[in-house]
Design a binder for this molecule. Structure first.
Ligand SMILES: Cc1cc2nc3c(=O)[nH]c(=O)nc-3n(C[C@H](O)[C@H](O)[C@H](O)COP(=O)(O)O)c2cc1C
Length: 170
């Protein structure tokens, strides 16, 4: 199925969004961080519940403590900062996924690299972050300006369109 030609940059950014695990250690500028947080805040959610909030983690010791709560969190150690995504009350995990993707796409659009990370021991993550009972933090996004050299991930690439799409029934 041939796609349209000359697609705009915003569309190409969707296809080019990669998990980046090598960062420059410069902190994000305040305007860049603000732009990314605004994009997160404007994410749509089921019934517009917005059952979420974020914790911006810039303190290196706190970032390390958080990294210890997941199994593949080296990107967090390499990044100058992270945004922890808090699911509050009866919110859907689907909504948190949308929030993460908005953050990552907005970051990409302004030249900021990101990698989603999982806090497998989320109860420990909640303790580290001082999250009250009834709220969960299973995921975060490591952020920073990309390093001059970025290692290619073995886990990238996607299945072909004809394996991804079913028509009318499975
Ligand atoms: C829910 C979720 C959790 C992830 N957790 C981690 C993680 O803990 N550590 C990591 O390095 N990458 C993590 N990733 C990134 C994926 O490994 C990455 O998106 C996938 O391999 C595809 O790579 P690409 O987006 O660069 O093409 C996570 C991605 C998702 C969607």
């Amino acid at each position: 199925m041939p796609g349209p030609k000359n697609l705009p940059e915003t569309y190409r950014n969707v296809l080019r969004l990669r998990a980046v695990r090598d960062f420059d250690n410069r902190p994000l500028s305040d305007p860049d961080l603000h732009a990314i947080l605004e994009a997160g805040r404007w994410t749509g959610s089921s019934k517009n519940r917005q059952s979420w909030s974020v914790i911006v983690v810039t303190d290196p010791d706190q970032k390390e403590r958080l990294a210890e709560t997941g199994d593949f969190t080296d990107p967090l150690r390499r990044a100058p900062m992270a945004i922890a995504l808090i699911q509050e009350g009866a919110g859907y995990e689907f909504d948190i996924g949308r929030l993460a993707q908005n953050v990552m796409l907005a970051a990409k659009a302004i030249g900021v690299a990101t990698c989603p990370v999982t806090f497998h021991r989320h109860e420990e993550a909640a303790r580290v972050l001082g999250i009250p009972d009834g709220k969960v933090c299973r995921y975060g996004v490591a952020l920073g300006y990309p390093a001059a050299e970025i290692r290619r991930s073995q886990m990238s690439g996607r299945k072909p369109l004809n394996e991804f799409v079913h028509w009318n029934s499975y």
